[in-house]
Design a protein around this ligand. Structure first.
Ligand SMILES: [Zn+2]
Length: 203
């Protein structure tokens, strides 16, 4: 999980600098990714969770919902996926902010590339929603980032948009590094790789 947070802060799920008008969102993600990394470092040491913003809670719980939806969409063995991938994210989210259960993302359809980007958009929207819910007025300082996220969410649902390609490219790099740190079975690993390969064809 610590590795996962390191990947998160190193390869942001954001094509930084490649899509104009995402500057505030990029700063926001950087800040949240660095806070999550601090919290993850404390978590592996069994220390109390360091101070972090409500947006970090929202981000982390958003990832839990996303990880479940992503496994379902890829069609992997969900028992294995839940145990190896969703559970560690869920445990970490509970450490960051104790909560019953995450709000699930809606089902999506389409090609693997479409699915990746629709889930990105839904995940970002959930993060925005939870940030405003938990942050009260705190999130106002991130208004610029939230507006950018809302705007780009629309573009990600349009396969012809420059944002679609830029996000897909950065997501595929991110997934490659992310999934490497999880001990999936050979069968699941092959399934994931074949599915991501199909998504790559849309580039
Ligand atoms: Zn913390």
């Amino acid at each position: 999980m610590l590795k996962c947070m390191e990947v998160n802060s190193k390869y942001m799920r954001l094509p930084a600098g490649k899509v104009a008008g995402l500057e505030a969102m990029t700063d926001f993600y950087r800040r949240i990714a660095s806070q999550s990394l601090d919290c993850a470092q404390a978590w592996v040491k069994d220390s109390p969770c360091p101070d972090h913003e409500p947006a970090t809670d929202a981000f982390t719980w958003g990832v839990v919902a996303w990880s479940d939806a992503f496994g379902l969409s890829m069609g992997v063995d969900m028992a294995e996926w839940s145990r190896l991938f969703v559970s560690p994210h869920h445990e970490f989210a509970c450490y960051i902010k104790p909560l019953e259960d995450p709000e699930p993302l809606p089902d999506v359809d389409g090609s693997p590339a479409d699915i990746i980007l629709k889930l990105d958009a839904l995940w970002m929207e959930l993060v925005i929603k939870l940030t405003s819910q938990w942050g009260l007025f705190h999130h106002l300082k991130d208004k610029g980032a939230l507006l950018e996220a809302q705007r780009v969410g629309g573009e990600l649902r349009n396969p012809g948009s420059p944002a679609y390609k830029a996000f897909l490219e950065s997501d595929l790099t991110f997934f490659h590094h992310l999934f490497k740190s999880f001990p999936f079975s050979e069968k699941t690993r092959k399934h994931i790789n074949a599915w991501l390969k199909k998504a790559e064809e849309a580039l």
